[in-house]
Write a protein that binds this ligand. Structure first.
Ligand SMILES: N[C@@H](CCC(=O)N[C@@H](CS)C(=O)NCC(=O)O)C(=O)O
Length: 208
């Protein structure tokens, strides 16, 4: 049985879970409680040497890094492919995943983590840090909005590229800082389609 070591609220864990639900694959969820520091415990560091989540164990094959995990799962599990067959579309998928990890997520996470840690400690977020994070995603949102003007998903059918953005878009909405998304109509319509998928709804309601 495939084991996923993660935490339900974790962005990267959710991406992996979404891919698994798209595939309809059974899995065992092993909770690594970030709030208790379990990701830094030796047992987890043995699985993920950087002491972060998620990681997987697939019949003895262990792997970490969420984007590597989703690519692997898509390739080895039965079910509809989440990777375009056409080389150009596949290259576009890689381009969009790289845009996500290089130009979108670092700024999005600056804002998201600041709000998350503040709520964990019962304090207030640092408005300047949140504003800087929100401003930092504007160039990527502009580029995405232009790209999505004439398509439903980033590279033809729903793919790993769409999954890559979902965890951050979800938190931006949940935290009330998604103005940059809602005011760009093609990005907003894309997010409505992605977030309505049963796979995503299952990913964000994972229990420990
Ligand atoms: N590049 C890694 C990032 C993993 C990551 O940063 N995970 C977060 C949760 S979403 C984490 O474990 N944070 C705890 C920490 O940094 O101490 C991946 O894609 O798997």
């Amino acid at each position: 049985m495939l084991k996923v070591y993660g935490f339900p609220g974790s962005t990267c864990t959710r991406a992996v879970l979404c891919a698994l639900h798209e595939k309809g694959a059974p899995y065992e969820f092993v909770n690594v409680d970030l709030t208790k520091g379990e990701h830094k415990a030796p047992a987890h560091v043995a699985r993920q040497p950087f002491g972060v989540i998620p990681s997987i164990d697939h019949d003895g094959f262990t792997l970490y890094e969420s984007r590597a995990i989703t690519r692997y799962l898509d390739e080895v599990l039965p079910g509809a492919s989440l990777t375009p067959k056409d080389p150009k579309q596949r290259a576009m998928m890689e381009q969009w995943i790289s845009v996500e990890s290089s130009y979108f997520t670092p700024s999005a996470m600056k804002a998201i983590l600041n709000i998350w840690f503040a709520s964990l400690k019962g304090g207030q977020p640092d408005k300047d840090v949140v504003a800087a994070g929100v401003a930092g995603i504007v160039p990527a949102l502009d580029v995405l909005d232009r790209a999505l003007a004439d398509k439903e998903h980033l590279c033809g059918a729903f793919s790993l590229a769409d999954i890559a953005y979902a965890p951050y878009l979800q938190y931006l909405h949940d935290m009330g800082i998604a103005g940059g998304v809602t005011e760009r109509r093609h990005v907003a319509a894309w997010w409505a389609r992605v977030s309505a998928r049963p796979s995503w709804q299952k990913a964000i309601t994972q229990k420990v």
